[in-house]
Design a protein around this ligand. Structure first.
Ligand code: ADP
Ligand code: MG
Ligand code: MG
Length: 926
């Protein structure tokens, strides 16, 4: 169905919609809001040219709808596209006073990809289109610079043969030896022969000869002549950009970033400006603020006498924009501020205007041709978590944004970065780095070294940390970079591909570590006089760019950032939903409070039976489980009581004055039966029974489907003495605390309810015990409440009745998801991956709440529950309580709180604040 709709709209679009949007000369057909149609690059080129009247080389954008048409119609274009492109090319010729294909005054263009969401380096761009045997003499005559023209030509041949003639044509080169590699090799050979290190040092004559050789090689390798017709070059490039939308690495990137595959890319055709015209020309990339740490200084890098691809590829070490941008590698190089003060001033003024206009940090691409500045791109800049927090706080202070926007500027993922491991400073101070590179992605990482993407993926799959070491990364490495805990490259600057991608992901990354001696074939690397082989340990400090020998000690989450508390405070000031933690021990509770938890939403009594101090209570629990009659069971229960009371008391104390929701036991009974013979013997002895009886009883506990068996409240229904003991432990613990002057408001939670009558019966027991405890301890006033988990669909459906007896609902979305889908959570491994692959489900419902199905049950239960009891407290305590999307859902549904594991609490605080901020902003804009 979806496919049909796409086709239909695409056809319609082809007939009715404008397909080509011009920009340049202070005007533009489109604007910055039209990202869906023009792609991010096209929309912002239009905004810069039309709205801001910045110096943008004239050009035009072919819409993403044409890309959709192209893919839905066997790679063909709408009929009128050709005429539209011709008409727009005429406009550009008029503005530039040049002519495409002219012998005297030729216009050259670039053909650039640009999707709605930025996909750095994943698609293609081809420069210098329009250079042919016929136009070359004209270019030379005009520029009086033969070296430059042949440099541009050799670049065109390299890019075009690779992108258009090979990749887009679907040619799969043998052994990864594509045409690009071959031509790169020839260029390298030539430099060696001439004894030069830099492209710019190759004389014109040599470049000219190289171009001839290049074309011969192209013919030989690809079996086709390099096209010498400007129009053929243009359409070849346009087609290749559309084709690159479905290139392997573009698809892989979209899968990782969750970018829909049906969006399509736009194509931007733009007048070439030249940064490779000698010493007064340059090209660069800049950020309006430092994307690595958030400092509010203009930051960037440039290369004299170079074309854009040189910066991105990280081939030469770029020079710093200004003193704020210099680093260990570039400190000795002259800044743009010094070498071209006038242009720098102009650029600085533009970047300031851009920030004011877009209210955000921008990433800018520019080129300087003979001292004239041209803007080639701007977009909201990727940044890491540290920078995102710093910028949000700074921009709020500068009144560039309001506080809702500030809170929305840091994604939960970025916040997560700040909570990620860093190297323990003490451990770090004790050792010396073995190598230093550029700090491209912050935080620390320690792990085993690997030398290619596949090995990184394998190591991650084995549950180990990989440090991926590469000469330089290219977009093909994307999956390996994702899998690695840290990335280390020998080449590349702060704006190279590896740096850009790592920053986007908040991955620990060091680039340009030129002191490495790398041997990828042998899988060894030498630094600091020592040779490391695959599997050896290294530790990276991505914040400093330093590499250490071995595995250094790492810090606990969240200990490293000075702005974290201030930012979360800001988030808390907007948030309306409370955030609690799931915690089972006093230590957990204390830890949760450090992360800002406002209570415990789920305290699982049975967790006292796990872990280090559990031997005694576990033994008693086992006795209870394997008791043969009520008397035996009561004896075990009585024995268990003091342990339980202590654990509850200490946890409430650690969380006071916040409330603790104590869930009555929901143990998987069979899991607690010992499997070791010696343990069985010991237990049988304690129970005073022989092994035969023991085994019979154990066998009696066996269940065909334990997840739906004798668990949860059912245990309390069949063995009321167990509920009684737990209630007594809870109330006595609370009473003792109250006497100590500590606030204790226990919330008793009944698990796995399916019918209100279960609650009626259990409450009668709980209430009776409460009266007894009050009478016995003589506490004056004790508040408590009794609520239930909603984790069986029937309880959700009958929520009106259930709420009549419950003081609160807590959605146990793990079980609720399990029971709604009928998927056993422990068995999804065998089928869920296929469901995701086939697109039957969009996401794992155990990770992200299924808002359509499970969500509908929740919505119903909330509505019915609140109808029965308007001030019914509602929370969630499943794993979803820490998932940002699910938290937003809970906010919309009017939950009182979410509860999640302690270390997710800051994420949940932010997610809850963002949900409230979105709501507030939507209201304001109305
Ligand atoms: P990406 O999306 O991968 O950044 P771009 O389309 O931005 O690809 O192109 C990469 C680089 O090529 C740009 O940063 C710029 O330096 C250079 N470039 C693109 N178009 C032009 C042009 N018309 N004139 C000069 N340089 C260009
Ligand atoms: Mg770009
Ligand atoms: Mg449950």
């Amino acid at each position: 169905m979806a496919k049909k709709t796409v086709k239909k709209t695409a056809k319609k679009a082809a007939k009715t919609n404008k397909m080509v949007y011009a920009f340049g000369g202070g005007k533009a057909d489109g604007n910055g809001k039209m990202k869906e149609l023009l792609g991010g690059k096209g929309a912002n080129l239009a905004e810069m040219a039309g709205q801001l009247k910045l110096p943008v080389p004239p050009g035009f954008t072919i819409t993403t709808e044409v890309c959709t048409h192209y893919w839905n119609n066997k790679k063909t274009y709408p009929k009128t596209l050709k005429a539209d492109v011709e008409a727009n090319l005429k406009k550009v010729e008029k503005l530039t006073k040049k002519e495409f294909g002219s012998e005297k005054n030729p216009l050259l263009v670039s053909v650039r990809s640009g999707a709605r969401a930025s996909m750095p380096g994943m698609m293609e761009t081809i420069l210098n289109i329009g250079l042919t045997e016929k136009t070359i003499p004209g270019m030379i005559a005009k520029t009086q610079d033969e070296r430059f023209v042949y440099d541009a030509y050799r670049r065109l041949i390299m890019m075009y043969s690779d992108v258009v003639m090979e990749k887009a044509a679907g040619i799969e080169p043998k052994d990864g030896e594509g045409i690009r590699k071959i031509l790169d090799g020839m260029l390298g050979e030539l430099k060696k022969k001439l004894g030069v290190t830099d492209d710019t040092q190759i004389p014109a004559e040599e470049l000219k000869k190289l171009c001839v050789e290049f074309k011969k090689t192209v013919k030989k390798v690809l079996g086709k002549e390099f096209p010498d017709e400007p129009t053929e070059q243009l359409w070849g490039a346009i087609g290749a950009v559309f084709a690159s939308w479905n290139g392997k690495r573009a698809i892989a990137y979209r899968n990782i970033e969750n970018i829909p595959h049906d969006w399509g890319t736009a194509v931007n055709v733009q007048t070439m400006v030249f940064g490779n015209m000698g010493e007064t020309s340059a090209t660069g990339v800049a950020f309006t603020r430092n994307p690595g740490n958030g400092d509010s200084h203009f930051y960037g890098e440039y290369l004299i006498n170079a074309q854009g691809e040189d910066v991105v590829a990280g081939i030469r070490t770029p020079s710093p924009m200004n003193k704020w941008s210099s680093n260990a590698h570039s400190a000795h190089l002259p800044t743009l501020e010094k070498t071209m003060p006038k242009v720098y001033k102009e650029l600085d003024a533009i970047q300031k205007r851009l920030e004011k206009h877009f209210h955000d940090m921008l990433d800018i691409e520019f080129t300087i041709e003979h001292g004239t500045l041209w803007m080639l791109q701007c977009r909201v800049g990727k940044r890491n978590g540290t920078a995102a927090v710093q910028m949000a706080l700074d921009m709020l202070k500068e009144r560039l944004i309001n506080k809702e926007t500030a809170v929305l500027r840091v994604t939960p993922h970025q916040l997560g970065e700040l909570l990620l491991p860093a190297i323990d400073p003490k451990a770090e101070a004790a050792v010396k780095p073995v190598a230093k590179g550029l700090p491209a992605g912050p935080g620390g990482a320690s792990g085993k070294i690997v030398f290619n993407s596949d090995d990184a993926i394998k190591l991650q799959a084995a549950g180990e940390n990989a440090i991926l070491i590469r000469e330089e990364t290219n977009p093909e490495d994307i999956e390996g970079m994702r899998a690695a805990a840290g990335i280390l490259t020998q080449r590349g600057g702060m704006t190279s591909h590896a740096a850009l991608v790592a920053r986007g992901w908040g991955k620990c990354c060091i680039v340009g570590c030129s002191e490495l001696e790398l041997n990828p074939a042998k899988k060894t690397v030498t630094m600091g006089g020592k040779t490391y082989k695959e599997g050896d340990f290294l530790t990276l400090n991505g914040t400093k760019g330093w590499v250490y020998d071995g595995a250094l000690k790492m810090l606990e989450a969240g200990e490293g950032n000075k702005n974290l508390a201030a930012f979360l405070k800001l988030a808390d000031s907007i948030r309306t939903m409370k955030v609690r933690a799931n915690a089972d021990t006093p230590e957990d509770a204390a830890n949760a409070r450090k992360f800002g938890a406002e209570g415990i939403g789920l305290f699982r009594i049975e967790h006292m039976f796990y872990g280090k101090n559990s031997d005694a209570p576990l033994f008693i629990l086992r006795k209870m489980i394997l008791a043969g009659n009520e008397i035996e069971r009561q004896a075990a229960v009585n024995e268990l009581f003091p342990y339980m009371k202590k654990s509850i008391k200490e946890t409430i104390k650690a969380m006071a004055p916040y409330s603790v929701t104590i869930r009555l036991m929901d143990p998987p009974l069979h899991e607690f039966v010992p499997t070791l013979h010696a343990k069985q013997l010991e237990l049988a002895k304690a129970l005073g029974i022989d092994m035969k009886t023991f085994q019979d009883r154990a066998a009696g506990l066996h269940e065909v489907n334990p997840m739906m068996g004798h668990r949860g409240i059912r245990l309390g229904v069949t063995y009321p003495e167990i509920t009684e003991m737990q209630s007594r432990a809870i109330f006595e613990a609370a009473a003792e605390l109250i006497k100590e002057g500590i606030k204790a408001v226990p919330e008793v939670m009944i698990p796995l309810t399916c019918d209100v009558n279960e609650i009626v019966k259990q409450k009668a027991i709980i209430r009776r015990v409460y009266e007894e405890v009050v009478a016995k301890t003589k506490v004056k006033k004790m508040n408590f409440s009794v609520g239930t988990m909603i984790e069986i669909p029937r309880a959700a459906v009958l929520a009106y009745e259930v709420a009549g007896e419950a003081d609160f609902f807590s959605f146990g979305t793990n079980d609720l998801t399990q029971m709604t889908f009928g998927f056993s959570r422990d068995d999804i491994g065998s089928f869920l991956p296929e469901y995701l692959k086939q697109g039957i489900l969009q996401a794992d419902p155990f990770q992200t709440l299924d808002q359509r199905g499970v969500g509908m049950l929740i919505e119903h239960a909330v509505a019915e529950g609140r109808e029965a009891k308007p001030n019914l407290k509602i929370g969630i305590c499943g794993e979803h309580g820490g998932d940002p999307e699910s938290v937003e859902f809970c906010h919309r549904e009017g939950f009182t709180y979410v509860s999640c594991s302690a270390f997710r609490v800051p994420i949940a605080r932010l997610a809850a604040a963002q949900a409230a901020a979105k709501e507030a902003l939507a209201k304001k804009s109305k």
